[in-house]
Design a binder for this molecule. Structure first.
Ligand code: NAD
Ligand code: IPM
Ligand code: MN
Length: 365
């Protein structure tokens, strides 16, 4: 298989976690005889510095000509005072919107060997396996912000808008995912307060008629935040609006032990997807070789699965990650002292080990 991948490392720990992830991609390509051509582009703060804007046209064109996109992270203190339309984060919001990547899948599955790394009790978190489907191109992130108004610019306004079709398409995606998983969908909203949530609730009930095999429940977002910690095994697929999904997924990451463990896929109706860790640019540890690269590496696995249909290849990466953790290696966020590059090299090593053991297997089969 021949595929072109746009690679946007971005800022902070973005480039650090991306470099190992690309080695993993190439190793998988070599093993299975795929040709993954990668081309780098700029986004976020680095793009502001080099091109004067967070999402240059050349980057968008590169993405348009590619089969999938890998993104590290954007943002950092260096750009905190730039005008809002030039913030690094605006580049991320714009790429999602421009490419129409409306469904953001954030899987949360605990690893047996990491149960002790979570601050939560083992019996609460073992065998947790759910996916948050976050609406990604609407809601309060994309409402027109007002200029500050009033005598002393004392009023600030953000608006939360959804139209029915934006809700319908992401809810369909979530139902489809639930129907190939454990057939349980939890829709999270704030329908006791927000009009947009009341419409969300209504749409979920309407769309549910198309998926009679899926059990549906509605939870208010505050109660959902509690239940994620109290009874995470309750969940299979969670569907929610943009900002609730952002907040709940960082919260849910601690079930796995660290924000550095969660990958994500941003999808639309065709196979183009953008794959990035859930975490940000982590300015507090950037440039120190301390970042956990596993969320980025697992994002590569999601790309292979969702954009290229390469399930076996994706599972090989997931398995290598499991083996590295089983062997006891931990980056600092997980309580160890393995460095970013060392961790990536260990995953590569286990990928190669797998190669040896499956070659041995084929002799005996
Ligand atoms: P963050 O996710 O960057 O970091 C939060 C905490 O988690 C920090 O203590 C950090 O060290 C730790 N952490 C995150 N990823 C880690 C990893 N892979 N390994 C080890 N530790 C890790 O969130 P923040 O500090 O609130 O934001 C920093 C910048 O990143 C901001 O500019 C923000 O807008 C941006 N951001 C970008 C993205 C993205 O590009 N998708 C996501 C979130 C935040
Ligand atoms: C994420 C990030 C972004 C978001 C920010 C950086 C705009 O937190 O990808 O989760 O809120 O979507
Ligand atoms: Mn976030």
């Amino acid at each position: 298989m021949k595929k072109k991948v746009a690679v946007l490392p971005g800022d902070g720990i973005g480039p650090e976690v991306m470099s190992g992830a690309l080695e993993v991609l190439h190793a998988v390509g070599e093993r299975f005889g795929h040709d993954f051509e990668v081309e780098q582009g700029d986004i976020g703060g680095v793009a502001i510095d080099l091109h004067g804007e967070p999402l240059p046209q050349t980057t968008l064109e590169l993405c348009g000509q590619s089969d999938a996109i890998l993104l590290g992270a954007v943002g950092g203190p260096k750009w905190k005072d730039v005008p809002v339309h030039l913030r690094p984060e605006k580049g991320l919001l714009d790429i999602r919107k421009e490419l129409g990547l409306f469904a953001n899948l954030r899987p949360v599955a605990t690893f047996d060997s990491l149960l002790e790394a979570s601050p939560l009790k083992r019996n609460v978190i073992e065998n947790v396996d759910f996916v948050i489907v976050r609406e990604l191109t609407g809601g309060i992130y994309f409402g027109k912000p007002s200029e500050r108004r009033g005598k002393n610019k004392e009023i600030a306004v953000d608006t939360l808008t959804y139209d029915r079709s934006e809700i319908e398409r992401v809810v369909h995606k979530a139902f489809q995912l639930a129907s190939i998983r454990r057939k349980k969908l939890t829709s999270v909203d704030k329908a006791n307060v927000l009009e947009s949530s009341r419409m969300w609730h209504e749409v979920v009930d309407e769309v549910s008629h198309n998926y009679p095999e899926v059990e549906v429940e509605h939870l208010l977002v505050d109660a959902a935040a509690m239940k994620l910690i109290y009874q995470p095994k309750h969940f299979d697929v969670i569907v929610t609006e943009n900002m609730f999904g952002d907040i709940l997924s960082d919260e849910a990451s601690m079930l796995t032990g660290s924000l550095g463990m969660l990958p994500s896929a941003s999808l639309r109706e065709d196979f183009l997807g953008l794959y990035e860790p859930v975490h940000g640019s982590a300015p507090d540890i950037a440039g120190q070789g301390k970042a956990n690269p596993l969320a980025m590496i697992l994002s590569v696995a999601m790309m292979l699965k969702y954009s290229f249909g390469l399930k076996q290849e994706a599972e090989l990466i997931e398995h290598a990650v499991q083996e590295v953790l089983k062997a006891g290696y931990r980056t600092r966020d997980l309580g160890g002292d393995t460095g970013t590059n060392e961790m990536s090299q260990l995953v590569l090593h286990y990928l190669e080990e797998e190669q040896v053991s499956s070659a041995i297997m084929s002799v005996y089969l």
